[in-house]
Design a protein around this ligand. Structure first.
Ligand SMILES: CC(C)(COP(=O)(O)OP(=O)(O)OC[C@H]1O[C@@H](n2cnc3c(N)ncnc32)[C@H](O)[C@@H]1OP(=O)(O)O)[C@@H](O)C(=O)NCCC(=O)NCCS
Length: 161
């Protein structure tokens, strides 16, 4: 019985991993709209906030990243250049019902590899206080005092790539 359970569990895990595809999303596409919707529902609506057209317009020059299972967006994040050596991670979001399954970790690994390939030496972010533990697991260190952004507590976190 135990082995049967283990077999079913492993099979599910393998199927899940085999269908997740990580890729760069092009600005303005249907996939980009999916990304904005996910970020709105996970990162903005719970705070009573939304994205302005001006804010979204600025994303044209960013590296937009999505994890997909077929057409479904499983999670996303974005990379923004801060300087010649430094890139900033923003807008990391995984739907509530998919959190804790390794999607955030896969997005981070993919984003870091892209950043390294493009010659950046350091990744930084404004981490929400409730996500600091996640980024610590990914090797990031807090480098600032607590500050408020979008009405909630944040910390600057960094990692050498
Ligand atoms: C934070 C978030 C992106 C993490 O993605 P995820 O897919 O749930 O994370 P993973 O399943 O890949 O977790 C990787 C590891 O981090 C841990 N972890 C995940 N979220 C955590 C959290 N908020 N605090 C502490 N540890 C966390 C997991 O337990 C796992 O640990 P393990 O490897 O020891 O098992 C996701 O939970 C999310 O979208 N949260 C809401 C929005 C948010 O806060 N975004 C960040 C804005 S700065």
């Amino acid at each position: 019985m135990f082995f049967l359970f283990q077999f079913v569990f492993l099979k599910k895990l393998i199927i899940f991993q085999s269908v997740m595809a990580l890729k760069i999303i092009d600005y303005g596409t249907k996939e980009y709209q999916q990304m904005v919707q996910l970020r709105d529902s996970i990162l903005r609506k719970p705070l009573g906030l939304s994205f302005s057209p001006e804010e979204l317009e600025k994303e044209k020059n960013n590296i937009l990243i999505g994890a997909f299972e077929d057409e479904r967006l499983l999670g996303c994040c974005m990379l923004v250049e801060e300087g010649p050596d430094t890139i900033r991670l923003r807008q990391m979001a995984v739907p509530d019902d998919l959190q804790g399954k390794g999607i955030g970790r896969a997005l981070m690994n993919f984003a870091e590899n892209i950043a390294r390939d493009r010659g950046y030496k350091k990744m930084t972010m404004h981490a929400r206080k409730n996500a600091v533990g996640f980024y610590e697991k990914m090797g990031y260190k807090v480098t600032s005092d607590e500050f408020q952004e979008l009405t909630i507590p944040h910390y600057v976190m960094e990692k050498t790539l």
